[in-house]
Write a protein that binds this ligand. Structure first.
Ligand SMILES: Cc1ncc(COP(=O)(O)O)c(C=O)c1O
Length: 362
């Protein structure tokens, strides 16, 4: 960077990263691929939504169970979020659920989430988009390695946050087969300054009110290093996930429920349902006493946040509410030892069998 005197503004490392990612996604599909880096996935979703040019205030579907960034991006893009339900088994917003929600609300777009890294079927969503005219953006923030982009007309946004499988500290990128979407996102990430001679606005003039969402060369350097070790780390993640899950299934398999779908290639979290709200509270207490961190991922559900976030439309979400009662994220990190897995499994076993907390027994 010092030699090139290039620290940001679409420097050589950002270009190299985009090119390597493009090749990676292109090797999984027959259509042309475009990759545009951004400073984080939240802005990536916001700018991708902006590039759809929907009328201000258009209703946009989001699943009730997702990270808050999904809904803040919709609001900041100038649209009205419509909170929809999820499938009770794969915990995803599906085309069937979306079809009913569109009918009920007239939604013009949907931000469809690859929840906990479980992939969405881009070809099915492309069909849905063609049939309904509802524009689809996939929030695959946590799904790099699990989510591919098989349909050219469905843009997919990935995160490179430190907690993701391709970490750069902060960062994100948009993958699509539609050059115009990627060009618009790139332009909007650079304040909205027009970069194309034939756009009807002179090059260098603002063509829209964009923002600064460029990925720096520093972050691109870290992302390139992450990419170099990605395959090896993905194998370690898979092995850890499988070992961990097998131990839990052996100790208390009959009461636990797992998200259904293809086995994750590069898992970064470890989520499951404990069968009851009481078991979850019990496990949280047991873990707290032993210094084991747990997370109620994506809770509260989107519509249960403060009304100050702005106007939102809420559809009935009984399945999301059900999943939210006993969903828990357990510790998951590279080099987690068998002893640490056993420690967590013992706590889960005690919690689901409603054994009183350690504190109460000692
Ligand atoms: C589903 C989902 N969407 C969006 C984001 C936001 O990504 P970023 O931190 O890169 O803005 C996350 C981050 O965890 C996420 O899980």
């Amino acid at each position: 960077m010092d030699e090139a005197r290039h620290y940001t503004n679409f420097g050589p490392l950002v270009r190299e990263l985009e090119s390597r990612l493009r090749q990676r996604f292109a090797s999984h599909t027959e259509h042309q691929m475009y990759v545009t880096t951004v400073s984080n996935a939240t802005l990536g979703i916001e700018l991708t939504l902006n590039s759809l040019n929907l009328p201000a205030g258009s209703p946009v579907l989001v699943p009730a169970l997702t990270f808050v960034a999904t809904i803040t991006a919709v609001i900041r893009a100038g649209y009205v979020p419509v909170v929809a339900d999820i499938d009770p088994d794969n915990w995803l917003l599906t085309p069937e659920i979306a079809a009913a929600a569109v009918k009920a609300t007239g939604a013009r777009a949907a931000v469809v989430v690859a929840t906990f890294g479980y992939p969405q079927d881009t070809k099915r969503w492309s069909e849905f988009q063609k049939q309904t005219g509802v524009r689809i953006v996939i929030d695959a923030a946590a799904a790099f390695g699990n989510q591919w982009v098989d349909a050219a007309d469905v843009p997919v946004v990935f995160s490179m946050h430190a907690t993701k499988s391709l970490p750069a500290g902060e960062g994100g990128f948009i993958v699509s087969g539609d050059a115009s979407i990627n060009m618009l996102v790139c332009q909007k990430s650079n304040f909205g300054i027009n970069l194309t001679p034939d756009a009807g606005v002179p090059v260098g003039y603002l063509s829209s009110a964009g923002t600064n969402a460029k990925l720096s060369e520093f972050h691109a350097a870290v992302a390139l290093a992450s990419l170099d070790s990605w395959d090896e780390q993905a194998i370690q993640r898979q092995r850890l996930y499988q070992r961990y899950r097998a131990v839990l299934e052996k100790t208390c398999g009959e009461v636990l429920t797992w998200q259904t779908g293809p086995a994750p290639t590069a898992p970064t979290s470890f989520c499951l349902r404990l069968g009851s709200e009481a078991a979850r509270t019990n496990l949280e207490t047991l873990c707290q006493e032993q210094g084991i961190a747990t997370r109620r991922w994506y809770q509260p559900l989107l519509h249960r946040h403060a009304p100050e976030i702005g106007k939102i439309v809420v559809l009935p979400v009984p399945d999301a509410e059900k999943v939210a009662t006993d969903l828990i994220g357990l510790p998951f990190f590279l080099n987690m030892s068998d002893t640490q897995i056993e420690l967590v499994a013992t706590a889960v076993q005690r919690a689901v069998s409603h054994t009183p907390s350690l504190h109460q027994t000692t």
